[in-house]
Ligand binder design. Structure first.
Ligand code: UGA
Length: 439
């Protein structure tokens, strides 16, 4: 089938490459000519394990190309995937829909033959119906242009796997025949017995925000338990393990620590609250405000713990930060808890030096005042305290004895509960983890 993918960021670039790799003819469009050039050259503009191979393969097959031309897109494709970003609007909790609206405004006047526009971006419920009305009015093909919603659940770090073998597919449709078109697009995925849920458009939009809200709630729930464990002498890691054995609860997304960040969970729970406010049912989501607060409190708590460890003031101390990305296997620093903590410690007077295997460039662009190094030994050298804030595999493999010989103070705060306390303590470290007993 001839597909277009509108917006070649994280979601779009992955979707375009995977759809071409699955056998479709795909054209990707982005407003950024530099990004289009990189993608056409086979270079993924961000770090995502495994995506470069898929991109290279798809380009070599001749089934994939990228452009900045809307005319090319409209001439070529009959199915258009909308994959642009919906960031948090400045000064508001609401989602900024300017890229969604802009893309539809560019596409609509060029839709001269029957076509299906499939939204994948995370949008406030009601957006799809509004866009469908716009297309009906502005597309020359009028009622022959259909719109469906097909939320995306991919995780950074697992983007390829989540695209070609998702947990489920959701088709939010307004016309029965669109199901057939979408089944044809996703045929290579559906043959793997991937569960398919068919719904109306508002349900499909809500599935995405509900899923991310639930995940955020799970994380903040365990972090709230960590707050209690800390004062009660209990161990949140053991507690999470024990409750996770109950299949109704499940053990995934119950890792306590400095909480969730990234370009999705934080802004999605805020946009959801803004939207239900507009719909007049804000009481339904008052709990999400607490979820956000618990999450942000964990970051502040690490800063407090570190300050206490270095003697009550950061001025004149050196703080080593392990990790800048919002999670491992990603170079994404959007709303990264790790960087937020690093910046806060810096503001309070410490000399902060940050290590990350992949995210330093993005981190530096965001917080140019912090020091960065890819040399881990240099980062920890003479540190008064080490903060482990993104659980990259290489940090779990560190030798505490060797690192201990480089630092000034053998104090480590494990913000991700990912290091082995026994190992670090045996090497003479004062190991502190959120929600775990301190000895
Ligand atoms: C999230 C969802 O998991 C995806 O299903 C969704 O498609 C995506 O948002 C999106 O809306 O596009 P992602 O942002 O890649 O994916 O990251 P997650 O793996 O969900 O992690 C989010 C944050 O939660 C990270 O900062 C991670 O460190 C933190 N986390 C995760 C915890 O603190 N504890 C956990 O137990 C799990």
């Amino acid at each position: 089938m001839k597909l277009s993918v509108i917006g070649c960021g994280y979601l779009g670039a992955t979707h375009a490459a995977c759809m071409a790799d699955l056998g479709h003819d795909v054209i990707g469009i982005d407003v950024d000519p530099a990004k289009v050039q990189l993608l056409n050259d086979g270079v993924v503009p961000f770090y995502e394990p495994g995506l470069d191979e898929v991109l290279t393969r798809a380009l070599a097959s001749g089934r994939l190309r990228f452009t900045t031309s809307w005319d090319e897109v409209a001439d070529f494709a009959d199915v258009h995937f909308l994959c642009v970003g919906t960031p948090q609007k400045a000064g508001s909790y609401a989602a900024d829909l300017r890229y969604v609206d802009g893309a539809i405004a560019d596409l609509a006047p060029r839709l001269v033959r029957p076509s299906l526009v499939i939204g994948k971006s995370t949008v406030p419920v009601g957006t799809a119906d509004r866009l469908a009305a716009y297309l009906l009015e502005h597309a020359p093909a009028g009622a022959e242009v259909h719109l469906a919603w097909n939320p995306e659940f991919l995780r950074e770090g697992f983007a390829v796997q989540d695209t070609v073998s998702p947990d489920r597919l959701v088709f939010g449709i307004a016309a029965a025949e669109d199901e057939q078109t979408m089944r044809a697009v996703y045929e290579p995925v559906l043959v793997k017995n991937t569960p398919l849920v068919i719904s109306n458009r508002p349900t499909a939009e809500l599935v995405k925000t509900a899923a991310n809200s639930f995940l955020a709630t799970k994380i903040s729930f365990i972090n709230a338990m960590a707050e209690i464990c800390e004062v009660a002498g209990a161990d949140v890691a053991v507690l999470a393990e024990a409750i996770g054995h109950d299949e109704r609860i499940g053990s995934k997304f119950l890792r306590a620590g400095i909480g969730f960040g990234g370009g999705c969970l934080p802004k999605d729970i805020r946009a959801f609250q803004a939207r239900v406010g507009e719909l007049g049912v804000s009481d339904a989501l008052t709990f999400l405000h607490d979820i956000d607060e618990i999450n942000l409190r964990r970051r502040a708590h690490v800063v407090d713990l570190a300050r206490t460890i270095v003697g009550g003031r950061f001025v004149g101390t050196k703080v080593a930060v392990l990790g800048a990305a919002f999670k491992p296997d990603s170079d994404d620093v959007r709303d990264s808890p790790a960087l937020d903590i690093a910046a806060s410690v810096f503001t309070q007077g410490a000399d902060v030096i940050v290590h990350d295997p992949k995210a330093i460039e993005n981190a530096r662009a965001r917080f140019p005042n912090l020091h960065y190094s890819e040399d881990l030994d240099a980062v920890v050298a003479d540190a008064d305290v080490v903060l482990h804030l993104t659980e990259w595999k290489q940090y779990r493999e560190l030798d505490p004895a060797r690192i201990g010989s480089l630092v000034r103070g053998k104090h480590i705060i494990d913000g991700r509960l990912a290091l082995d306390p026994a190992l670090w303590r045996a090497a003479g470290w004062n190991y502190t983890a959120l929600g775990r007993p301190n000895a």
